[in-house]
Design a protein around this ligand. Structure first.
Ligand code: C2E
Ligand code: MG
Ligand code: MG
Ligand code: MG
Length: 289
C-alpha cells in the first residue's frame, strides 16, 4: 500500500525505462485495475481542413484519470505499457470506446462530412497476427464502418519488424481503414519502404511545425514533406500548430490539415460537439475579417 501511494508520475517513467524494476509487476497490476475500474479516458483533438475550415477528423489520445494522482499523461504510462505488451489491451479499449460513441460525434445533418477518428497503434499491435480480426469484431459489435477510422503508426513502430508490419498494414487497409504515418521525419524509415505500404496520410512531426517560425531548416523540412506527400498522392497533416502564423504559413504551403493548440487542445469526448460549434463560428469570424 505504501509503495502504491508513493508512486509518482516520475516513478512511472523510471519503471518504464527499467523493465527489471521491482515496481514493474505492481504497475502492471495498477494499469490492469485502471482499465477494469474505468480510469482510462479518451480525449479527442480536432484535425481541421486548412482549405475549408471543416473539422474533418479527431485524434483519440488516452489519459489515465488516477483517483489520487490526477490526470496522468500518456507519456507517463504508454512506454511502460508498450514494454509489457499491455498496450494491446489499451489499443483495443480505445478503439472500442470510440466505436461505441462514434454516432454521437457526427455533426447534425446537413452540416459537414462524417467525422473520421484517428487511433494510435503501437508496434505491439502490428506484431499481433490477430489484430486486424480483433478490430473487425469491434466494428461489427458497434455497427461501425472501418472508413470512419484512421490508424496512426510511427515510422519506428513499422521499422521494428518491417515485413510483419507490412502484412498487418495490408490487412488493415483491405479492411478499409485509412492509414497514417505519425511523427513523420523523426524515425528511420526509408522512403523506398514507405512507398510499398498502403499509406493514405503523412503527419509532420510537431517539432518541425513548432520550429518553422524560427529555424529555416524546420521550415524547409515542413515544405518538402508537404511536397513529398502530394507527389506521392498522400494527404498531409501538420501537428503542433500553436499560432495563427503557423496556420497561415501551412495554408500557403498547401498543407491539407492542421492539428494543434491554436485550434483546439485534446478534450473529453463529451465536450467535442460543443467545441466544434464554437470553432465553426470562430472560423467564419476570422475568415471575414
Ligand atoms: P502523438 O500521437 O504524436 O499525438 C500528438 C501529441 O501532440 C499529443 O500529446 C497532443 O496533445 C500533442 N499536441 C497536439 N497539438 C499540440 C500543440 O499545438 N502543441 C503541443 N505542445 N503539443 C501538441 P499527448 O496527448 O500527450 O500524447 C503523446 C503521445 O502519446 C502521442 O503522440 C502518442 O504517441 C501517445 N499516445 C497517446 N494516446 C495513445 C494511445 O491511445 N495509444 C498509443 N499507442 N499511443 C498513444
Ligand atoms: Mg498520433
Ligand atoms: Mg504525432
Ligand atoms: Mg508524437
Amino acid at each position: 500500500y505504501t509503495a502504491k501511494r508513493n508512486t509518482t508520475v516520475t516513478q512511472l517513467y523510471d519503471a518504464a525505462l527499467d523493465s527489471s524494476s521491482t515496481q514493474t509487476l505492481s504497475l502492471l497490476s495498477e494499469l490492469r485495475h485502471a482499465v477494469q475500474n474505468h480510469e482510462l479516458r479518451v480525449f479527442l483533438q480536432p484535425k481541421i481542413s486548412l482549405k475549408t475550415g471543416e473539422v474533418v477528423a479527431a485524434e483519440a489520445l488516452v489519459r489515465w484519470q488516477h483517483p489520487t494522482r490526477g490526470l496522468i499523461p500518456p507519456m507517463a504510462f504508454i512506454p511502460f505499457a508498450e514494454q509489457t505488451g499491455f498496450i494491446r489491451q489499451i489499443t483495443l479499449w480505445v478503439f472500442d470506446e470510440v466505436a461505441r460513441q462514434w454516432d454521437s460525434l457526427q455533426p447534425a445533418a446537413p452540416r459537414g462530412q462524417p467525422l473520421r477518428v484517428a487511433i494510435n497503434l503501437s508496434t505491439r499491435d502490428l506484431m499481433d497476427p490477430d489484430f486486424p480480426a480483433k478490430l473487425a469484431v469491434l466494428l461489427a459489435t458497434h455497427g461501425a464502418s472501418s472508413a470512419s477510422f484512421c490508424l496512426e503508426i510511427t515510422e519506428s513502430a513499422i521499422m521494428d519488424d518491417p515485413l510483419r508490419a507490412e502484412t498487418t498494414l495490408n490487412q488493415l487497409s483491405e479492411l478499409g481503414f485509412k492509414l497514417s504515418i505519425d511523427d513523420f521525419g523523426t524515425g528511420y524509415s526509408s522512403l523506398a519502404y514507405l512507398k510499398r505500404l498502403p499509406v493514405d496520410e503523412l503527419k509532420i512531426d510537431k517539432s518541425f511545425v513548432m520550429g518553422m517560425g524560427n529555424d529555416p531548416d524546420d521550415g524547409k523540412i515542413v515544405r518538402s514533406t508537404i511536397d513529398l506527400a502530394h507527389n506521392l498522392g498522400l494527404n498531409v497533416v501538420a501537428e503542433g500548430v500553436e499560432t495563427a502564423a503557423a496556420w497561415e504559413l501551412l495554408r500557403e504551403l498547401s498543407c491539407d490539415e492542421a492539428q494543434g493548440y491554436h485550434m483546439g487542445k485534446p478534450m473529453p469526448v463529451a465536450e467535442f460537439p460543443a467545441w466544434r460549434e464554437r470553432w465553426l463560428q470562430r472560423y467564419e469570424t476570422e475568415n471575414l475579417s
